[in-house]
Design a protein around this ligand. Structure first.
Ligand code: NAD
Ligand code: IPM
Ligand code: MN
Length: 367
């Protein structure tokens, strides 16, 4: 097995704090399970700007292009207004997602039995929830043109974004979702606003076509996005694979964060189409942001980042048994009572970011 080059981009705020722990956990797999990974940290975004007056150093970009995957922390510093817009765009997460064409954003959400009380929902409602979003990541309103803020002749300002999807962009997200469903419980919920938006009508149309032509064995249901937000809280166990657009996927996956009581629990993987050898470009990151409210205190929950590392073991290293091992270690650390502040109940002992990762590593050691 050739060594896989992992480009580590810690980013801003709690990004470096949680990424350090994900790297430490991956190091455990290098040492104890002979997983062939080489992890190298690179400057990106505001940190790169501070050090080198560019948000995307050539060296970082070259490493990304030559590497096998990116392990990303978080982006978003309190004040980026000192960085020129052109540089900010170069170093933006969105620019990177688009340039790598990682259109399929997997965001799995699994109710942790140990966290039933940390959830704002009733334990009996979330018990057994196990769903995954396939969020389309490189099109839609995040990228559509025209965009901008224009000033009309009468001085009125008008902010403009364009929500647009081509049939090809919809079809590849749908195919990914149906294929994934075949490895799970064979059920896809496609989420749109076909009642209001033309792009939503096309979404529904194309998903149905792909379904009928290629995946008639998978059960497909369509759901309006507002209802989906409700059902994620009311009956999360009814979902298996949810395929949706860039913006709805962003919002709905944060909603699903409540199932385990914190955004800090959720991982993600953004994947491109496979090349001839079946390899995909990949960007792994927790779904949370830089959390400026808790940054620098060493109290952030590293489990979203650590579970993102498990996704790296599954999708880039293609070692599902090692990924299962890590997910089981996270569950067993939680079962043993390990809690960061965001998932602790009153009276429960609270661990630092580092100590939570130690608890996962102890669970790995215990095998
Ligand atoms: P956020 O995800 O940073 O935080 C939302 C809330 O969740 C905060 O209360 C925060 O303390 C909490 N939280 C998040 N991660 C946590 C963790 N690991 N452990 C414990 N608590 C955690 O979202 P925000 O506050 O709306 O945005 C802050 C900045 O992050 C913005 O600049 C935003 O653009 C950026 N952002 C980046 C990403 C990313 O890098 N992928 C994702 C979301 C937001
Ligand atoms: C996410 C984030 C990003 C998004 C931001 C930081 C651009 O919220 O990854 O969920 O909206 O995609
Ligand atoms: Mn988000």
């Amino acid at each position: 097995r050739p060594t896989l080059d992992i480009v580590v981009l810690p980013g801003d705020g709690i990004g470096p704090e949680v990424t350090d722990e994900a790297v430490r956990v991956l190091d455990w797999f290098v040492t104890h399970r002979a997983v062939p990974l080489r992890m190298t940290r690179h400057l990106f975004g505001s940190a790169a700007w501070a050090a080198e007056r560019t948000a995307m150093p050539d060296r970082t970009w070259a490493a990304i292009m030559a590497g096998d995957a990116i392990l990303f922390g978080a982006t978003g510093s309190l004040d980026q207004t000192h960085i020129p817009p052109e540089e900010r765009r170069k170093g933006a997460l969105l620019t990177m997602r688009r340039a790598l064409d990682v259109f399929a954003n997997l965001r799995p959400v699994k109710a942790q039995p140990a966290l039933a009380e940390a959830s704002p929902f009733k334990a009996r409602t979330v018990a057994g929830a196990d769903l995954v979003f396939v969020r389309e990541l490189t099109a839609g309103v995040y990228f559509g043109t025209p965009r901008g803020i224009e000033t009309l002749p009468d001085g009125t300002r008008r902010g403009v974004n364009t929500h647009a999807y081509t049939d090809a962009e919809i079809a590849r997200a749908a195919r990914f979702a149906f294929q994934l469903a075949r490895t799970r419980r064979n059920h896809v919920t496609s989420v749109d606003k076909a009642n209001v938006m033309e792009a939503g009508r096309l979404w529904r149309d194309v998903v149905s076509q792909v379904h009928a032509a290629e995946f008639p064995d998978v059960t497909l249901e369509h759901m309006l996005a507002d209802n989906c937000a409700l059902q994620l809280g009311r009956a999360p166990t009814r979902f298996d694979v949810i395929v949706t657009d860039n913006l709805f996927g962003d919002l709905l996956s944060d909603c699903a964060g409540a199932i385990n009581g914190s955004l800090g629990m959720l991982p993600s993987a953004a994947l491109s189409a496979p090349d001839a050898d079946g390899r995909r470009r990949a960007l792994y990151e927790p779904i949370h942001g830089s959390a400026p409210d808790i940054a620098g205190k060493g109290i952030a929950n590293p489990l979203g980042a650590i579970l993102s590392a498990a996704m790296l073991l599954r999708w880039t290293a293609r070692l599902p048994a090692e990924a299962d091992r890590l997910e089981a270690a996270v569950a067993s650390a939680l079962d043993a009572g390990a809690r960061t502040a965001d998932i602790a109940m009153p009276g429960e002992a609270v661990l630092s970011t580092r100590a939570m990762a130690d608890a996962v590593i102890a669970a790995l050691d215990a095998g």
